[in-house]
Design a protein around this ligand. Structure first.
Ligand SMILES: CCC/C=C/C=C/C(=O)SCCNC(=O)CCNC(=O)[C@H](O)C(C)(C)COP(=O)(O)OP(=O)(O)OC[C@H]1O[C@@H](n2cnc3c(N)ncnc32)[C@H](O)[C@@H]1OP(=O)(O)O
Length: 305
């Protein structure tokens, strides 16, 4: 791949014409990041690991930027069909890097005028929001696997994922109130919808109290709790591999419509999927998959999309 295309793909993927990605990426060409590790443990399954283990995978400015870059890029790589997200080291995520939060406030404070200070904060919040939303905007299903601490920004991140699993030792905290701010990058919007219980969601957001894996399962934050991280990753990679074996057109259209429908009336969601499928049902996947079902044949191979 030419260095020009690589530069566009990994530094500014939104500008990429997706035709460029018809070819397969070799291992050496996988996106490289300072704060993330990307690998391909199974066919079509990409594994993204938060990779600041010595600092509990706390979010630095670089990490905000790289997560956005990574998910936007993986969304464009046809070879990638499912993404598993986990964290290296002792904890899944210790939240935002506290020094960077203090630094942000200090930088805004250097500006004299209140409107300029406000704009400074606004711009950073928007930037951070876009990072979390990049998981939702990614058309490939994202499956989060959390272990030990999952705090603040970590909760924002996983609630933008499509599915969540955790280990028995995992605990969670919507910690923002304890650092003096309202959660502003997605938890207030997504967490109550994920858990489906406004009273519980509000209590956890107002108090910031820690809750464990058992409670996370009870309230519906995670689908399943596994004894340890190795088991969790093994099982989740199997789930990911199963999803990756299915029609990528069907799976990705399903995600696109689920995301679209989550904050809209049924009527709008139905119209959206009607329009999507009136195009996508003309592709080869429908006939291939339907014939395989009808003849009780194994799942056929599907082309990347
Ligand atoms: C516009 C902004 C939008 C985003 C907002 C987001 C808000 C939030 O995320 S609020 C939550 C902020 N996070 C915290 O309050 C957590 C603070 N950390 C902890 O509670 C503990 O460190 C933790 C439970 C994560 C781990 O505890 P443990 O005893 O296992 O290890 P430690 O020795 O405490 O930590 C290991 C090293 O990690 C560094 N670290 C952990 N979390 C952070 C963090 N949030 N920011 C910066 N550094 C963090 C910790 O300092 C240790 O490093 P070192 O001292 O160099 O050994």
């Amino acid at each position: 791949m030419s260095s020009f295309i690589k530069t566009i793909a990994f530094n500014n993927p939104r500008k990429l014409i997706s035709n460029v990605f018809i070819r397969t990426f070799t291992k050496a060409e996988l996106p490289q990041f300072e704060t993330l590790a990307v690998s391909v443990p199974k066919k079509h399954v990409y594994h993204v690991e938060l990779n600041r283990p010595k600092k509990s995978n706390s979010f630095t400015r670089t990490m905000w930027q790289e997560i956005n870059n990574c998910f936007t890029t993986l969304s464009l790589i046809p070879e990638c069909r499912v993404i598993v997200l986990s964290g290296q080291g002792k904890h899944f995520c210790g939240g935002i890097e506290l020094q960077s939060l203090v630094q942000l406030a200090a930088e805004a404070d250097e500006l004299e005028d209140v409107a300029r200070k406000a704009r400074y904060h606004y711009n950073f919040i928007k930037y951070a929001q876009e990072t979390i939303t990049s998981l939702e905007d990614c058309v490939k299903p994202v499956i989060a696997v959390t272990h030990n601490a999952c705090i603040g920004a970590g909760v924002n991140l996983i609630t933008a994922a499509d599915m969540r699993y955790c280990t028995e030792d995992c605990w969670f905290s919507v910690r923002e109130v304890d650092v003096g701010l309202a959660p502003d990058v997605g938890t207030l919007q997504r967490f109550p919808k994920v858990v489906g219980n406004a009273s519980v969601a509000r209590e956890l957001c107002f108090t910031g109290r820690n809750f464990d894996a058992k409670e996370a399962k009870e309230i519906g934050l995670v689908s399943e709790v596994f004894p340890d991280k190795d088991t969790a990753l093994t099982k989740v990679l199997e789930i990911a591999e199963n999803i990756a074996s299915k029609s990528p057109v069907a799976v990705q259209t399903t995600k696109i419509n689920l995301v679209y429908s989550q904050s809209r009336p049924n009527k709008d969601g139905l119209e959206h999927v009607r329009l999507l499928n009136s195009v996508m049902n003309q592709g080869e996947d429908l006939t291939k998959a339907a014939i395989a079902q009808a003849t009780k044949s194994p799942i056929p191979e599907f082309d990347n999309v």
